[in-house]
Design a protein around this ligand. Structure first.
Ligand code: TXA
Ligand code: MG
Length: 336
């Protein structure tokens, strides 16, 4: 496979995973890692996740595999779970941004796994977007951000999960959830008992320094202004509807990203001046997760100025959905 040869030779290639598209390079090649940071415009203090295809690759990357990491990996790998473990000296500093830990994940996507196998490398890969933009869930998203800056992209169609992997630090006795994602907090607790939650996850909290460097940057943000409207569903919808009508008067381009249950509230209130997109049902948050990033990207394509989001239950994958929505809004939360 050409892409695998490219990675083995120090190039960088975007590829699909079950969560979002990644931008991969050989994890043991500092030049490739450098190219990844450059292409994304990523701050140098934000470490990368190393992707593996076999369990036996992990011991080369880490100094030890903590017992809870073994239990979690056995249950959830391959899958959308990233484990932060003590780093081995083999992993270049550039990958871990100088930290003494390394994040490792085994993706569950046939193309990703084949790429890792054929390139005979562990692959360092952040999401394949320009830093700060929503992660890409199709090859087309990747090309819009990175065309001309990378050596290629493998097209595996749209990603199944749609938000990034769950990141868990397993270096302490009680594991710490650093980023909610495709594996829920409830699933983690069922497997290893108590899980602490980094206080930055729900609402970004200026007082507590984030343990996952990625959590401190504004993320997942489209160019327009995002309003996250919290409150009883009918009241929130009524508020959004009124705002849409005002925006329409003023000729301001508007988007509403809503649930199937509330979509009818917005009939006719945006007109040709934007769009209303249903992300999914409030009772099936997997669908909301799957569609969120492409809907946020559509806002940029259509030059939307004001974007309205509703809130969802923070259960299951809902915790990841709400975390990404808080971040996309830059904490611009309207309580009605
Ligand atoms: O689903 C995913 O995880 C995707 C696909 C491509 O695998 N990758 C991804 O990578 O989302 P990225 O780089 O966009 O996000 C990695 C997150 C960042 O928040 C980073 O700070 C955190 O993981 N991270 C990486 N290494 C870490 C470490 N040693 N300690 C704490 N956090 C770490
Ligand atoms: Mg990212």
């Amino acid at each position: 496979m050409e892409a695998a040869a490219n990675i083995a030779g120090g190039g960088i290639v975007a590829f699909p995973t079950e969560t979002v598209y990644g931008l991969g390079g050989s994890a043991l090649c500092p030049e490739a890692v450098e190219k990844i940071f450059l292409a994304k415009g990523r701050p140098g203090d934000n470490p990368l996740i190393v992707h593996i295809a076999y369990f036996w690759q992990a011991p080369f990357l880490v100094r030890e595999v903590p017992i809870k990491a073994k239990v979690l990996a056995r249950r959830f790998w391959p899958g959308p779970l990233t484990l932060v473990m003590p780093k081995s000296p083999a992993v270049p500093e550039a990958v871990t941004a100088g930290l003494d830990t390394v994040a490792v994940r085994m993706p569950d996507h046939p193309v990703a796994r084949e790429l890792i196998r054929l390139s005979r490398c562990s692959i360092a890969a952040p999401s394949a977007n320009i830093s700060g933009k929503p992660s890409p869930t199709t090859a087309r998203h990747v090309l819009r951000d990175l065309y001309g800056k990378i050596d290629g992209v493998l097209d595996g169609g749209p990603c199944e999960v749609g938000v990034e992997s769950t990141v868990v630090d397993v270096t302490s006795r009680v594991p710490v959830l650093l980023r909610p994602g495709g594996i829920s907090k409830e699933q983690l607790e069922e497997t290893v008992g108590e899980i602490l939650v980094d206080p930055n996850i729900k609402e970004p909290n200026g007082d507590v320094p984030p343990r996952s460097p990625g959590m401190k940057y504004t993320h997942y943000a489209p160019s327009g202004k995002v309003f996250l409207v919290e409150g009883e569903p009918e009241k929130a919808a009524a508020w959004i509807r009124r705002e849409c009508l005002v925006n329409r008067e003023k000729g301001r381009r508007t988007a509403v990203l809503c649930s199937r249950e509330t979509a009818h509230f917005y009939n006719g209130c945006v007109g040709s001046n934007g769009f209303v997109e249903v992300l999914g049902s409030k009772s099936e948050l997997e669908s909301v997760a799957r569609h969120l990033y492409s809907a946020l990207r559509r806002c940029d394509l259509e030059n939307i100025e004001n974007i309205y989001l509703e809130t969802y239950s923070a259960q299951g994958i809902g915790l990841a959905v709400m975390n990404r929505m808080y971040k996309a809004s830059g904490s611009n939360i309207v309580r009605v």
